[in-house]
Ligand binder design. Structure first.
Ligand SMILES: *[C@@H]1O[C@H](CO)[C@@H](O)[C@H](O)[C@H]1NC(C)=O
Ligand SMILES: *[C@@H]1O[C@H](CO)[C@@H](O)[C@H](O)[C@H]1NC(C)=O
Ligand SMILES: *[C@@H]1O[C@H](CO)[C@@H](O)[C@H](O)[C@H]1NC(C)=O
Ligand SMILES: *[C@@H]1O[C@H](CO)[C@@H](O)[C@H](O)[C@H]1NC(C)=O
Ligand SMILES: *[C@@H]1O[C@H](CO)[C@@H](O)[C@H](O)[C@H]1NC(C)=O
Length: 368
């Protein structure tokens, strides 16, 4: 009988703290804890907080838990890794974690988190943040301010725009924002970010990019924008960009004049006007830019995209051709999540000239 009383009492705090008054956070959640230098795990259940411990290096939450309240994790002097993935999390309160001087990785992917507030993460010394596959649609001003990050993963969420105020004096090497609903990029969108090397904006709805959006990102090496709605490449890119992926967009005619330092552009498939693609290929040779294409791992007809779809005899003016061929193209050619793609170098002009581009008005033929 006394035993059960003791169990309840110790369940309030992982490490009994004489004056511990944790909010009731978890309902007998299971935590996998890893202690100290000798890497050994053990599981424990608790209802309250994890506080004042100098041995725990990793915490993995194993039980679905709706809310993580303020003060849940604090004064854990060697904690390096905190994972709350796939835990049915809806809310992470500001200051849920405090005084974790060694915390480098926070992961809360595959939850139902809708919002990242101020002082949820920006008060922690993190390097890596994984928030993929949630329902995040709101991020507070300053939510990542002053941080020095290697990876920030926000892909597969419900973001409709990027607010430049999320990042103020923020260092991020790799920013992953694919599979959201972002439409527009402005000059100031990334202006609070320093040292960005990789930016993934794939599978959004981007149809407009301000000319200077990327020009101040001097470290940017890889920019992935596959599966958006871009009509052209009418924007500047940082001087260091090596790879630009704009496959699966709506490009039918564009110039490389703003892309002069890029090494390779993945620009196929797109619904090209054949003559405009030919012009681009000529331009790419002059500028020494590689033209590449994405191809599906398993060739299925719907992914065996034509190299160009409008067989006009000139590369005429910049009115997007909308006709039955185009509608058929977009019905069949899209970037599918479940299919694996790789990037293939097309050696022009050989491949290009081998194709019977005068026949492209007939969709079924040009699909081969
Ligand atoms: C902790 O519990 C989880 C889930 O029941 C289990 O997979 C894991 O092996 C346990 N870890 C230890 C160290 O007992
Ligand atoms: C954390 O440690 C500081 C300094 O030892 C102490 O003042 C504070 O009360 C502790 N906080 C919690 C929540 O345990
Ligand atoms: C930016 O952050 C660095 C360290 O991360 C800091 O030294 C510097 O003072 C900050 N600058 C501003 C303007 O906040
Ligand atoms: C591309 O270059 C080839 C060879 O110089 C030339 O015959 C062709 O007319 C050019 N095409 C376009 C569209 O400029
Ligand atoms: C190109 O297509 C046209 C129309 O079907 C055909 O008459 C012609 O022989 C084809 N040319 C080549 C080189 O395959």
């Amino acid at each position: 009988m006394h035993k059960s009383v003791i169990v309840v009492a110790t369940a309030v705090c992982i490490v009994s703290y004489s004056s511990c008054t944790c909010p009731n956070t978890f309902n007998n959640a299971l935590l996998e804890l890893h202690y100290g230098i000798v890497y050994k795990g053990h599981n424990t259940t608790f209802n309250g907080c994890v506080r004042g411990n100098s041995d725990i290096t990793r915490i993995v939450l194993r039980t679905p838990t709706m809310n993580i309240f303020k003060g849940t994790f604090s004064n854990l002097t060697v904690l390096d890794y905190l994972a709350l993935d796939n835990a049915n999390l809806h809310v992470i309160e500001a200051q849920f974690a405090e005084n974790l001087p060694k915390l480098r990785t926070f992961s809360a992917s595959m939850n139902q988190i809708r919002e990242i507030g101020y002082n949820v993460l920006n008060n922690l010394p993190l390097k890596n943040i994984y928030l993929s596959i949630n329902t995040i649609s709101e991020i507070a001003n300053g939510a990542f301010s002053g941080m020095d990050l290697v990876y920030l993963h926000l892909n597969n969420n419900e973001l409709h725009s990027i607010n430049s105020n999320w990042f103020l004096n923020t260092t991020i090497k790799g920013l992953y924002l694919s599979s959201n609903h972002i439409e527009l990029l402005w000059t100031e969108t990334f202006s609070g970010i320093i040292g960005m090397e990789t930016l993934d904006l794939g599978r959004n709805k981007i149809h407009y990019i301000d000319c200077d959006t990327f020009s101040t990102q001097r470290s940017l090496e890889s920019l992935f924008m596959k599966g958006n709605s871009l009509l052209n490449l009418d924007f500047d890119i940082g001087s260091n960009l090596q790879v630009l992926d704009v496959s699966f967009n709506m490009i039918f005619s564009t110039s490389l004049e703003r892309m002069t330092n890029v090494e390779a552009i993945i620009i196929l498939p797109n619904p090209w006007v054949c003559k405009c693609l030919e012009k681009l290929v000529n331009e790419s040779k002059l500028l020494n830019i590689k033209i590449m294409q994405r191809v599906a791992e398993r060739t299925q007809e719907r992914l065996n995209a034509p190299i160009c779809v409008v067989a006009d005899t000139t590369c005429g003016n910049n009115v997007a051709p909308v006709n039955t061929v185009h509608r058929e193209y977009f019905r069949r050619v899209h970037y599918a999540k479940i299919i694996r793609y790789w990037v293939q170098w097309r050696s022009y002009p050989h491949d290009f000239e081998n194709r019977n581009i005068t026949f492209k008005r007939n969709w079924i033929q040009c699909f081969k």
